[in-house]
Design a protein around this ligand. Structure first.
Ligand code: MN
Ligand code: MN
Length: 421
């Protein structure tokens, strides 16, 4: 526990104007003023909520209620770092018979040049039409189960069933399919390693065949004119169908082991052992080191208990694209020139952290916070601020932080991805 004169509690006593504008002498004066301490006592969330931030004008009380830090950030925020938040609950759904899709791409979140996300629902038996695309595809099942297939260029075929918490990875250009299974189909998040990707811009088997002259289809596929007349004239995209045979029956009917892919394109992330487990939560990491076909998209599935934080850290190799699966939290990102932004996030939101920018995530809710950290990178890598300070000669740390040896000893020296509240 902190004593009242330590750490952030003295900063929260400062007025916003004093913090942003003043030098250290003024800060010290402000920190001990009785009015500031009285304000602090009323101020349980660390933000300044005195009359200066009152808002007599109109308010969208629903949005305001779930975004207190976004609307009235802590006084440590400063300047502009660009957009870092969007929500799938603001993204237009394309609803078809058999399911729906919607996306959060660079068009919705312009700084996200590396990654775009798509959320998709397929009812039982329904297909996402056979297709391929320019980006690599990573996916996690959020609900239900699906059958996925992908063919290697050498003609070997991968077929598997996936359930909640399972991943798949399909390389760019490799043709693949997704079909919802019983009893209620599935929902999943797709992550592409191109920020400008669009789920409406995929290469479809129906369109390839509909836009080739019929005489070419006759030569290429030995089809008759009446066969060709039956082919779909327009894209199918998402459409209802019958449930497939069993997994083993589907595998054997195409040729069994002789045509089976040697690579494993699915991964059981939800049931894997955590890479980190502590009192504050746990982290599961999947990248090219434990899922070799996944050459380009690293991921961490993070669970934080109420009050806990994902420690102060940054990633040396990529920007971070987040999908929030459960719970509530807030994140602050700190950039050069003292720029900093804090925002609130909830389930179904997308967060973005510019490359190598320092950040933390705090669980501000009453339940576990679960979110994904996604990177366009072959490896998951993070740098812990605590770890770095702990590895310095104490004189070096003291010269920079103005802390004495006793204070420095309080800082954990080892990386703890999650610190309990
Ligand atoms: Mn795809
Ligand atoms: Mn991070």
């Amino acid at each position: 526990m902190q004593s009242p004169d330590e750490s952030s509690t003295s900063n929260t006593a400062l007025s916003r104007r004093a913090f942003i504008g003043a030098g250290s002498a003024a800060l010290a004066t402000a920190a001990i003023s009785t009015s500031a301490l009285a304000q602090q006592a009323q101020d349980t969330d660390g933000a300044e909520h005195d009359h200066s931030s009152s808002n007599p004008g109109p308010v969208n009380s629903t949005l305001f209620g779930i975004n207190p830090n976004t609307n009235t950030p802590p006084p440590t925020d400063h300047g502009d770092i660009g957009p870092i938040w969007y929500s799938f609950d603001l993204a237009r759904k394309r609803v078809e018979e058999g399911g729906w899709t919607h996306q959060v791409t660079q068009r919705e979140l312009p700084p996200s040049a590396d990654i775009a996300g798509v959320n998709m629902r397929l009812t039982a038996g329904s297909f996402r039409e056979l297709h391929w695309h320019t980006a690599n595809e990573w996916a996690i099942m959020e609900y239900g189960s699906a059958r996925v297939t992908v063919m290697n260029p050498d003609g070997t075929m991968f077929i598997d069933d996936v359930g909640e918490g399972d991943l798949w990875f399909f390389p760019a250009g490799y043709p693949h399919s997704i079909q919802g299974l019983g009893p209620d189909g599935c929902q999943f998040l797709l992550v592409f390693d191109e920020g400008g990707f669009s789920e409406d811009g995929t290469f479809l088997i129906s369109e390839f065949m509909a836009h080739v002259p019929p005489e070419i289809l006759k030569k290429n596929m030995r089809l008759s004119s009446s066969d060709i007349a039956k082919l779909p004239k327009n894209e199918l995209y998402i459409f209802p169908s019958e449930l497939p045979k069993s997994l083993s029956a589907d595998r054997s009917v195409i040729g069994g082991g002789k045509v089976a892919a040697q690579q494993q394109y699915t991964f059981r992330m939800g049931s894997m052992e955590p890479a980190f487990k502590g009192a504050g939560g746990e982290v599961r990491i999947v990248d090219s080191t434990n899922f070799p076909v996944n050459s380009s998209i690293a991921s961490a599935l993070v669970r934080i208990k109420p009050g806990g934080i994902r420690e102060l850290h940054w990633h040396p190799n990529a920007s971070e694209w987040q999908f929030w699966l459960k719970g509530h939290g807030r994140m602050t990102i700190v950039m050069p020139e003292g720029r900093a932004r804090t925002m609130d996030f909830a389930a179904n939101d997308v967060g973005f952290v510019p490359a190598v920018a320092g950040h933390y995530i705090e669980n501000t809710g009453e339940t576990d916070l679960v979110f994904l950290e996604m990177f366009k990178a072959p490896r998951f890598v993070d740098v812990s601020l605590n770890n770095w300070i702990g590895r310095m000669p104490p004189e070096m740390a003291s010269a920079h932080l103005h802390l004495d040896a006793a204070a420095l000893k309080k800082i954990p020296t080892e990386k703890q991805p999650i610190i309990a509240g």
